[in-house]
Ligand binder design. Structure first.
Ligand code: ADP
Ligand code: MG
Ligand code: MG
Length: 211
């Protein structure tokens, strides 16, 4: 499908479903190296965002839908992930202001702004074993694909694959941000829950564009 406001709505809709399906898995991951609530936090936030967006009929451009998602996530997810994902969607909204249809360059702008927002807020660097370890490879892969002339769908696919690889690559790491950083070596061998939820959401973004 065209990457427009309907795509953002469908992305959110399916993300809410996929997060619900992975609620237990995200809880399990967060139980290993955090406080076990990431699946619950994300499920609550995405269901609330879906309800808000479903109720609003006047959000006809991507930026407005993204902004509504942002404010709902900020007020409902809680924990560390709420403000981080909320900021990501808010900055993503700003990056595509005034656009009806998102091409390869706009997708790169959206992803870059989202990632930069999370860094601004949480100060994590690549390799700190956080969601940034999924976001930054996604941004880099998207940018590389766009530079090589990929379509919007192919740019999203490159981002999704890189985020999945990035989430898997958090497993051997020691954490330097968030709750997992209190565990030292004990975090080694466990995947970061926020990197995993990012991989799930970006996978849905790519799959939605394919339909
Ligand atoms: P909490 O840790 O408050 O319970 P969640 O469990 O919902 O919040 O989210 C935890 C996730 O948030 C981590 O797996 C990690 O990916 C992400 N996170 C935590 N702190 C930071 C940070 N400073 N920068 C980026 N991501 C972070
Ligand atoms: Mg937690
Ligand atoms: Mg918590």
């Amino acid at each position: 499908m065209t990457v427009n406001a309907s795509w953002v709505r469908a992305w959110l809709d399916k993300s809410a479903t996929v997060i619900a399906e992975n609620r237990t898995e995200l809880i399990r991951l967060d139980r290993e190296i955090g406080d076990g609530d990431h699946g619950e936090n994300m499920d609550r936030g995405f269901q609330a965002a879906k309800a808000k967006v479903d109720d609003s009929t006047d959000e006809a451009v991507p930026a407005n839908v993204l902004k509504l998602i942002a404010s709902t996530l900020i007020s409902t997810v809680g924990g560390a992930a709420g403000p981080l994902y909320g900021t990501a969607f808010l900055k993503a909204s700003g990056a595509v202001a005034g656009k009806n249809e998102l091409g390869p360059a706009e997708i790169v702008d959206l992803l870059t702004a989202a990632r930069d927002g999370i860094v601004l807020r949480g100060k994590a660097e690549l390799g700190d074993k956080t969601m940034i370890d999924a976001w930054t490879p996604a941004v880099d892969a998207a940018s590389k694909a766009a530079d090589a002339g990929a379509t919007a769908g192919a740019v999203l696919e490159a981002a999704a694959q890189a985020a999945e690889d990035g989430a898997a690559a958090t497993e051997p790491l020691v954490a330097h941000k968030g709750r997992a950083s209190y565990l030292g070596e004990r975090a080694v061998g466990h995947r970061d829950p926020g990197a995993q939820s990012t991989a799930l959401i970006l996978r849905v973004a790519a799959d939605t564009a394919k339909e």
